[in-house]
Design a binder for this molecule. Structure first.
Ligand SMILES: [Zn+2]
Length: 284
């Protein structure tokens, strides 16, 4: 079925509503979204893959955005190309997004990771919105909820399942998963024992390790000997290995070793029930 562009034009400028206007035309069954076909249906006449210096992707459009062309860095993985195409479609369909140069929207790898914007920072706001759009388009909220309804608890396997079903990177799947997961959680991406970055739910407590820092040498992610590709059990972690303040919380840790020293760690928290304190009884 061809995507009807009129329905998108009626959706306004909200990234989620714009993506919904497309995904509701795709049916009910969670699947890999064909971003290239969607682009073609809405008059993006070319998606070129080529080496781009310093950019993940760009979108060339006339002022009225009646047609467009996308270029993506051909050296990226298919998952990142798909996300980048989704991001550029986000600029294309959003009536509030205007290119800063005659050459169109030029989006860097950093732009692909923009998830907040300071007040008045128009560029960051557009990039953030294009990312919101890409996440909604590739992993529609209704589909994610439907998938997770069948799953119990919070588990790294759910993130891997989402990444493979929707053909997105594990990072993009993790970020989306944490929004919908049953309890507050965080995912730490590390490489050879150093934190690359962290994705966390807003309600997850502050971590004691951050980008570029070393993981605690005694934490389970550093000491377990599971082979590459095997997801560990969830163990009860030592709070201060991961958290700035772990009083009153019980921390779960689950981890998987990936290729070339890369690793993902899922952290979950549960509030410990406080024991009721009874005042001592004094005999008279
Ligand atoms: Zn962009």
């Amino acid at each position: 079925m061809k995507i009807d562009r009129m329905e998108i034009d009626d959706a306004g400028a909200n990234p989620k509503k714009l993506a919904d206007a497309i995904t509701k035309q795709l049916g009910d069954t969670p699947c890999k979204v064909d971003v290239r076909k969607i682009a073609a249906d809405i008059d993006i006449y070319e998606i070129r893959e080529q080496p781009l210096t310093g950019l993940a992707g760009c979108l060339v459009v006339p002022e009225d955005k009646s047609i467009g062309a996308i270029a993506v860095d051909g050296r990226m993985t298919e998952e990142r190309k798909r996300y980048t195409i989704g991001h550029e479609i986000g600029h294309y369909v959003n009536p509030m997004h205007r290119a800063s140069s005659a050459e169109g929207f030029k989006c860097t790898r950093k732009d692909m990771l923009t998830h907040s914007a300071a007040p008045g920072d128009k560029h960051a706001k557009m990039e953030m919105e294009a990312n919101q759009f890409a996440a909604e388009l590739l992993m529609p909220a209704d589909w994610v909820r439907r998938l997770l309804r069948k799953k119990i608890g919070v588990d790294l396997q759910h993130i891997l399942d989402m990444a493979s079903l929707f053909e997105v990177s594990k990072e993009a799947a993790a970020r989306r998963y944490l929004t919908f997961a049953a309890e507050p959680a965080a995912v730490v991406f590390s490489h050879e024992g150093k934190v690359r970055y962290v994705r966390k739910h807003d309600d997850f407590p502050r971590l004691s390790v951050w980008n570029g820092q070393s993981l605690h040498p005694d934490c389970y992610s550093m000491t377990n000997e599971k082979e590459r590709g095997y997801i560990s059990d969830v163990i009860e972690a030592v709070g201060h290995h991961w958290l700035e303040n772990s009083r009153g919380v019980s921390l779960g840790e689950q981890t998987i070793a990936q290729a070339n020293g890369y690793r993902m760690t899922l952290l979950t928290v549960e509030l410990e029930e406080e024991e009721e304190w009874e005042p001592p009884l004094f005999r008279r």
